[in-house]
Design a protein around this ligand. Structure first.
Ligand SMILES: N[C@@H](CCC(=O)N[C@@H](CSC=O)C(=O)NCC(=O)O)C(=O)O
Length: 287
């Protein structure tokens, strides 16, 4: 683990919540990620399932580990959980900090093709290749490479869905809280995709779950979508889960949409249902 620097380590529910930093070659900057090692990882003689959690706009790796309470469920199920940051950090591109929904902490888990973003904003390759390989190598004694799933929230829900649909078989289970389901058709997505990918909408479709699912040709997959009915971003049509459900149904990809009465977009909502998502993933990853 020479290339990893331990930033923090705290005991919680019998395991350890750690944060590491490393130099990313894709993003050309120093990045943090979190990893929860449940008590079952102690000793390193059992290989455990791994879940990625992708956070939303304005987040770092800290929001999920301090606010969701997921460690209780990860410890119960014996699942390792990794949480990357949401964008490159400290690369200083003009305009990267002028709004909260584009640039810093808003990397959208894609590979930018438009200048000046294309040099650093490569979160798609960072997550699905660089960090993925680094985790398998650095934690090879405890991670089972055949039992990896992914989940996320909002922009991170979009990231979880597109990562799964673009890389068939890499993630065996997927779920999302209040995901941005059809970014080509909502204000957040139009702003991000115009900036990172340019105006050619055929490139947008490559990073849009509602478009990708229509062409999915991989192992059987059930998408678990979770949505609070009182979420202001849902009501403002930033999230559009119904579009993804309709696309799934049109091609026969199983999808579950859980509508949660009165819940908003916050970590109060996520912490209420995170246990159900661990049950969903554990059932698939431990089958
Ligand atoms: N600043 C915004 C609200 C930002 C916000 O709600 N961010 C969400 C993710 S939104 C989609 O990706 C979040 O997870 N925030 C972090 C948290 O700890 O709650 C506004 O002004 O509305």
């Amino acid at each position: 683990m020479d290339s990893l620097q331990l930033e923090s380590s705290n005991k919680i529910f019998g395991g350890y919540q750690k944060v590491y930093s490393h130099a990313s070659s894709e993003l050309k900057c120093k990045m943090n990620f979190s990893i929860y090692l449940p008590p079952q990882a102690e000793g390193g003689d059992v290989k455990l399932p791994l879940l990625y959690y992708l956070s939303g706009l304005t987040c770092s790796e800290q929001n999920f580990i301090t606010k969701s309470g997921f460690q209780r469920y990860a410890a119960e199920h014996g699942v390792i959980v990794v949480g990357p940051d949401t964008s490159p950090r400290g690369v200083k591109i003009d305009g990267d900090d002028s709004s909260w929904d584009f640039g810093v902490s808003a990397g959208f888990y894609l590979d930018a093709t438009n200048e000046p973003w294309n040099n650093n904003y490569r979160m798609g390759s960072y997550l699905n290749v660089e960090l993925y390989d680094l985790i398998l190598k650095a934690f090879c004694n405890v991670v089972d490479p055949n039992r990896i799933g992914i989940m996320g929230h909002s922009m991170g829900g979009h990231g979880a869905l597109v990562s799964t649909l673009r890389n068939p078989g890499q993630y065996k289970s997927v779920s999302a809280f209040a995901p941005i389901c059809n970014p080509s058709a909502c204000p957040w997505g139009v702003k991000a995709f115009s900036g990172y990918l340019g105006e050619d909408k055929s490139k947008w479709a490559e990073w849009d779950a509602t478009e990708l699912v229509k062409k999915y040709n991989g192992p059987p997959l059930t998408l678990l979508l979770d949505q609070g009915s009182g979420d202001k971003f849902y009501l403002e049509k930033q999230l559009l889960p119904e579009n993804l459900v309709e696309a799934c149904r049109s091609v026969g990809v199983p999808v579950i949409l859980q509508l949660r009465d009165g819940y908003d977009h916050s970590y109060y909502y996520i912490s209420t249902y995170i246990g159900e998502h661990f049950d969903f993933h554990a059932k698939i990853l431990k089958a």
